[in-house]
Ligand binder design. Structure first.
Ligand code: MV4
Length: 450
């Protein structure tokens, strides 16, 4: 086992990783920017190293500063959290070449799964259902138009180097294809330095259902059921739940088995997620593989009782999974709301600033993963996540009630935030009935408060 883990992240996920390490008897090293001097991850870690000024390019994305911090502090492993360098293959190579174990997949795995066209081809070859479309990349607009006519409209053009909704364009008819191709390619070129695209049939109003995977160095792979992440705004998830209200026992078994086969086909050896689109006829299609711990991992922890961060650390250290698929016995229903420092009355504009007063909800089945406290100032440099409210109950109906009352208890003063938005969403009949898809947020009407 490792002795001392450097956490190359900040905010709630840095705290989350520190908590797992402490319970495992592992020493922790926090890194922080000047803007995070008063952050809790700095206070609760055994050691802390300042790595640079506020902007993330000079701190949490500063690879040589992180490697130096690991070296001077004597860390033997590094946990990247999510975002920042969690899916940066060159950084993974740097860690290993400096004798620091990267807690996550190999650099090659990140490269293969990071190229969405390559990942899709590999999954198709392994027999995983994929959305009909191009076999790998499409060379030009004319080829795209020809292929689109064969598979039928609408189609979507996606950046090979993209993911998470960036560098995508929909074409409704033949006349749209050239423009969609050029726009998507330009966006991909300027955003990722790689204009390559692939083409797919566009699935109208699907659900986003993803399966949590856990693999070890011995080739054992299990899945920990699904998360429904269909409630998103501009590709940012707002609410996630497990189990999905749209997934039957039979469908869960099929999606779980498929996700394990997908992970096995690439010899996956750590925590990861297989994202699927689910259409109204219960067809599911591989979309992307995420090679990191995800923001929404707590709902899976609540229903399975498995600590995903501890499992990531153990499997990275070569410890074999002790849980077999038959021992994964999901219990109850969990829902997460992401509370952001954004103003829902003004198009969700970011609202950094000082939290003057704070009350966190509590009671049975309520978990709040947060790094904020009364008097804390949210810096302007980073993402706007303030807290994750996670509720767990025996049934979905009880979990929704628990979510409603917990949101009512949750008070954040001093900055605009998304609690009032969530308060309304969790009372919307479509949400209460679990009858929603990825178009929910578009259609939802938020009533401004006076
Ligand atoms: C799609 C799709 C429909 N058909 N691909 C959005 C994020 C990126 N991971 C892929 N996305 C989509 N890909 C095909 N062939 C619809 C979406 C999509 C979406 C997916 C998941 C969650 C929310 C979404 C919102 C809009 C579009």
């Amino acid at each position: 086992m490792f002795k001392r883990i450097l956490i190359a992240n900040r905010g709630e996920i840095a705290l989350r990783i520190i908590r797992a390490c402490r319970e495992m008897g592992l020493e922790t090293v926090a890194v922080y920017s000047t803007a995070d001097e008063d952050a809790l991850h700095v206070r609760f870690a055994d050691h802390a190293v300042r790595i640079g000024p506020g902007p993330s390019t000079e701190s949490y994305l500063n690879r040589s500063a992180l490697i130096s911090a690991a070296e001077v502090s004597g860390a033997d492993a590094l946990h990247p959290g999510y975002g920042f360098l969690a899916e940066n293959a060159d950084f993974v190579d740097m860690c290993w070449s400096h004798g620091i174990a990267f807690i996550g997949p190999s650099a090659d795995m990140i490269r293969r799964m990071g190229d969405k066209a390559v990942a899709k081809q590999m999954m198709k070859a392994a027999g995983v259902p994929v959305i009909p479309g191009s076999d790998g990349e499409v060379a030009d607009a004319a080829t795209a138009r020809k292929l689109a006519k064969e598979i039928g409209f609408p189609v979507i053009l996606k950046a090979s180097a993209g993911g998470g909704g960036r560098g995508m364009r929909i074409a409704q008819s033949e006349a749209d294809v050239a423009n969609a191709f050029n726009m998507a390619s330009q966006e991909a070129e300027s955003g990722f330095g790689n204009g390559a695209l692939y083409l797919e049939k566009y699935i109208v109003d699907p659900r986003h259902v993803e399966i949590q995977i856990l693999g070890d160095a011995n080739g054992n792979i299990i899945h920990l059921n699904e998360r429904d992440c269909s409630i998103q705004r501009r590709h940012q998830k707002l609410i996630e739940e497990s189990p999905s209200p749209a997934v039957s026992v039979e469908l869960r078994e099929a999606m779980g088995r498929t996700a394990v086969e997908a992970a096995r086909s690439v010899n996956y050896q750590t925590a990861g997620t297989i994202e699927f689109l689910l259409d109204a006829e219960e067809h599911f299609y591989f979309m992307e593989m995420n090679t990191r711990i995800q923001v929404e991992h707590p709902i899976t922890e609540q229903i399975t009782g498995i600590d995903l961060i501890m499992e990531q650390i153990r499997t990275a250290a070569g410890v074999v999974l002790k849980t077999g698929q038959n021992q994964v016995v999901p219990r109850g229903h969990a829902i997460e709301c992401r509370i952001n420092a954004e103003d829902p009355q003004h198009n969700f504009r970011p609202c950094p600033g000082k939290i003057t007063s704070l009350n966190l909800p509590g009671g049975l089945g309520v978990r709040v993963d947060t790094h904020v406290y009364a008097g804390y100032e949210i810096p302007m440099f980073y993402d706007s996540l303030i807290a994750k409210l996670i509720v767990h109950a025996e049934t979905r109906e009880q979990a929704v009630k628990r979510l409603q009352r917990s949101l009512d208890e949750f008070i954040i003063e001093g900055i605009a935030n998304t609690i009032p938005y969530h308060v309304q969403v969790v009372r919307d009949p479509a949400f209460v009935n679990g009858d929603y898809d990825t178009s929910f947020v578009e259609h939802f009407e938020y009533k401004e408060e006076e």
